[in-house]
Design a binder for this molecule. Sequence first.
Ligand code: C2E
Ligand code: CA
Ligand code: CA
Ligand code: CA
Length: 278
Amino acid sequence: ELGTKWLLRFNGEIEQRYLRRLSIITGLKHALHSEQSELSLVYQPKVSLKTLQVTGLEALLRWNSDALGFVPPDEFISIAEQAGFIEQITDWVLTRVVSDLVHLRAQGINIKPAVNLSTQDVQNRPLLEKLISMLSEHQLSASNITLEITESDLVADANLAVENLRYLQDEGFSIAIDDFGTGYSSLAYLKNLPVNAIKIDKSFVLNLTTDKNDQEIVHTILGLATAFNLEVVAEGIEDKQAMSMLARWGCDVAQGYYISRPLTLEALIDWLEITEYY
Ligand code: C2E
Ligand code: CA
Ligand code: CA
Ligand code: CA
């Protein structure tokens, strides 16, 4: 009896997950095509630890679904990747980022936004060419954008990675390796890739002030990255102590709730008016 009950519950859970997936896929496709979009972008500032000026922004996608409520990007992005329509989502994000960039430049704000790309996007030349042509329609070059690419995506196919990264860097984009430390690649390996920056994953930064292991890892990454001339960004900085520790160790750029949460474009422009970092 126990077995049957367990099986029924097991099936129930599988069914639940299946239904959730299905409604995310349907809901996202709907959101992509509706005028009153449930999708929006927020921007989180990145601050130089050398000058204490805002030098970058990370664009982060938000989905407030009428049917499902707030769905976290970690959940819906991977579903869109598996279901084969991440291209449409990235296209939506890139279009919005270019128009927001134009707005920022018109206000005299000279900060460089970063966009998160999925593995499939890195290999999608037409999509990247579309980005370049959207930029040039506004007399903007690719050097106005940073592309954040996850570490694990590169390790999957090293040759393809080199080729695609070289293409992107030749076009003028800055390349940042995201979630650094969570995958298997070493800094020695990155040294040979056309990469401008690494982002230390927030899992190593969130408890930096108390966790000795995290301190050791972050300190080691910083030492090697400096030797290899890579810019280092730390994300997930939630307090002043973590920020000063990273500054002392030579980290270049800081990002985290301690500086600012991700903000809508309007809120960002207001924040820039009052912050000490700008
Ligand atoms: P990520 O690229 O590693 O982005 C950083 C995440 O850390 C963001 O979560 C950000 O809100 C969060 N974060 C920043 N500072 C702090 C902090 O001080 N403390 C804590 N606890 N968290 C902090 P978010 O916005 O939920 O995004 C999660 C992931 O979803 C991103 O991780 C990225 O992998 C993916 N994602 C978000 N937007 C996009 C997008 O437009 N395209 C793609 N392909 N992926 C996206
Ligand atoms: Ca990122
Ligand atoms: Ca991360
Ligand atoms: Ca990530």
